[in-house]
Design a protein around this ligand. Structure first.
Ligand SMILES: Nc1ncnc2c1ncn2[C@@H]1O[C@H](COP(=O)(O)OP(=O)(O)OP(=O)(O)O)[C@@H](O)[C@H]1O
Length: 374
């Protein structure tokens, strides 16, 4: 089932827009994640698609049919909430069967569907328990089983894993993804967790400032972030964003007078923002040459995260992989150089171009993807 959002807007107070101009098409069988920081309107959008709150502007179509004014039960969808919304006084089986009974479905059919759904989430032996006698992860599975049993072709999930510990979250991520694929569900999945979105989704919509910042596959979003917001939101530690001046004579962008980034033709301004992921620098002790000092270092086993202050005052965060030499000393002088890919944003934060090469040694012109003309 496809879902089409046409210029959706929401204003709770009639003055300001919580969401504005949301337009996209979600394909049948797609796992579509909506991500963004707290308060950006993720739940609002999901609830509008579900029909739980009204839309201030725009239209929603499901499988080509306008459902904007239809109640939730007529939209062929089901929803899993953050707090699972289980009935405490009903058994697991009855929780899963609840919606089916409401629909006056035949008892045999209900039993078949409940058995099947509990089997899929590995809860067959827990059917007679009450929710309070289950672990957090098991409760979460009951909520998923209820969604599956409904046979709806669209499933909406609102931060379903946020109450679980990190280990269980990782396990449930792959379980939900597997079930979604097995059942061919069209999934819209809200999360504030960029890792969850990157690992589960076919495509991601990034929301911020009431608007869509970017829609793309996880790779597209990571490799071609549309702006500084998206660039910083995805990737841990965050991308370093540094103010840079363009030196036309050298054809280089210069940060703090000591870090230089090679440019292609087409640079038309004096000021840009250079974005460098923490892996995009080399750090070495070089006799007589240095441009930074170590401020802090965390050794994590397979790598270190090192914070450095450039001589011009900017701070950067660098990851050093397979760090055998992890005796970083605070205030130690270092020579920092760019290596590999970097991003050039204009002063408004929009991606202007991508520079550098991915192998970290030589740079090729093909790697320089000019996006300014778009
Ligand atoms: N019923 C309401 N009345 C007025 N304002 C609301 C209402 N519900 C949400 N809001 C506001 O709309 C904005 C978006 O809220 P929403 O819950 O959609 O964000 P979210 O991205 O899901 O956040 P979180 O990740 O924290 O759950 C917030 O500023 C919130 O305060």
């Amino acid at each position: 089932m496809t879902i089409e959002l046409k210029n959706i807007g929401k204003s709770y107070d009639g003055n300001s827009w919580t969401l504005n101009g949301i337009t996209t098409e979600i394909e049948s069988g797609e796992f579509f994640a909506i991500v963004g920081p707290s308060g950006c309107g993720k739940s609002t959008l999901l609830r509008m698609i579900a029909g739980l709150i009204s839309i201030s502007e725009g239209e929603i179509e499901i499988d080509g049919k306008d459902v904007t004014n239809l109640p939730p039960q007529d939209r062929n969808l089901t929803m899993v909430f953050q707090n699972y919304a289980l009935f405490p006084f009903l058994s697991v089986r009855d929780n899963v069967a609840f919606g089916l009974k409401e629909h006056k479905m035949d008892a045999e059919e209900i039993k078949r569907r409940v058995d099947e759904a509990l089997d899929m989430v590995n809860l067959t032996e827990y059917g007679d328990r009450k929710p309070r006698d289950l672990s957090g992860g098991q409760r979460q599975r009951v909520a998923v089983a209820r969604a599956i049993a409904s046979d709806a072709e669209i499933c909406l999930m609102d931060e379903p894993l946020s109450n679980l510990d990190a280990q269980l979250r990782g396990k449930m991520r792959s379980e939900i993804r597997m079930l979604q694929q097995k059942l061919g569900l069209t999934m819209i999945y809200v999360t504030h967790d960029q890792v969850e979105a990157m690992t589960m989704a076919d495509r991601i919509m990034v929301l911020h400032d009431s608007k869509i910042q970017q829609i793309g596959t996880p790779l597209e979003i990571y490799n071609h972030p549309a702006n500084t917001f998206v660039a910083e939101f995805f990737g841990t530690p965050r991308m370093n964003l540094l103010e840079a001046t363009y030196d036309a004579r050298l054809n280089k962008l210069v940060v703090d007078e000591s870090l230089e980034f090679d440019c292609e033709d087409g640079m038309d301004r004096d000021d840009y923002i250079v974005g460098v992921r923490p892996s995009g620098f080399s750090v070495e002790k070089a006799a007589g040459r240095s441009n930074a000092r170590v401020v802090n270092a965390e050794y994590l086993g397979n790598m270190s995260i090192v914070e450095l202050e450039l001589d011009g005052g900017d701070e950067i965060r660098v990851t050093v992989d397979d760090d055998m030499n992890h005796d970083w000393m605070i205030n130690q002088r270092m020579l920092v150089k760019p290596q590999g890919i970097f991003y050039i944003f204009d002063k408004t934060g929009k991606l202007f171009a991508k520079g550098g090469s991915s192998n970290g040694t030589s740079r090729s012109e093909e790697e320089f993807v000019a996006t300014a003309a778009r």
